[in-house]
Design a protein around this ligand. Structure first.
Ligand SMILES: [Zn+2]
Length: 217
């Protein structure tokens, strides 16, 4: 399957998540024949910039298989240079039409950043880089009077969408040209459900995302 339309890619993702939530998974593209078929080249229809959390495995929660998703994961979906380069590779070289920032409730990285801010301490080692990268989202949440951890997560997802577009001219250009869309989704650990919390690049994008969810659901 080669998808080039951002909306169609969004519909596919929502449809797969709906199958996962309802226990109607099809486990597509996981057989040996497909494995051999994609060995010569990949055309993933979505980039997932997700949190590394072990309960957030992209191919499982979107009911997809080999060659479908180009997955980049860091704790707290922080988007440093290597993440941006990976997203740009997928969008510009592979022609992937959709980028999804995938966060989730009870995110440990966001909690760690909040704990560090509250106690005025910094974690040791490179964990500090993760906490520092989440800190701007915490400041934005504080400015908005938001204290609930899951609401902070949604703010952080929206912030990551903005950061991708603001720091990658390649991605912003693809979005401006209509070749790609960027959407932020929040995943519920218990329900297994994603919902759209942010969209970048087009004023119409949030409404489009909701329509895609309605089509799929
Ligand atoms: Zn997380």
């Amino acid at each position: 399957m080669t998808l080039t339309d951002p909306m169609q890619a969004l519909v596919e993702l929502h449809a797969g998540n709906r199958r996962f939530v309802t226990g109607a998974q099809r486990h597509p593209n996981q057989d040996s024949r497909h494995r051999a078929a994609v060995a010569d080249g990949q055309h993933p229809f979505a980039v997932i910039v997700g949190c590394s959390d072990s309960r957030l495995a992209a191919e499982i929660i979107f009911d997809r298989g080999l060659g479908d998703l180009f997955v980049v994961r860091t704790a707290g979906h922080t988007a440093g240079p290597e993440v941006l380069g990976s997203v740009e590779y997928a969008v510009s070289v592979l022609g992937t039409p959709l980028v999804v920032v995938l966060g989730h409730d009870s995110c440990g990285a966001v909690q760690a950043a909040r704990d560090a801010a509250r106690t005025g301490t910094s974690p040791v080692g490179h964990l500090r880089a993760v906490v520092d990268a989440v800190a701007p989202s915490l400041r934005r949440a504080a400015e908005q009077g938001v204290d609930d951890i899951d609401e902070i997560v949604d703010i952080h997802i929206a912030h990551t969408v903005e950061a991708l577009l603001g720091n990658s001219a390649v991605l912003a250009g693809a979005v401006a040209a209509g070749r790609c869309a960027v959407v932020g989704m929040s995943y519920r650990l218990t329900a297994g459900e994603v919902r759209t919390v942010a969209a970048g690049g087009s004023a119409a994008a949030p409404a489009q995302a909701d329509r895609a969810a309605a089509v799929a659901g």
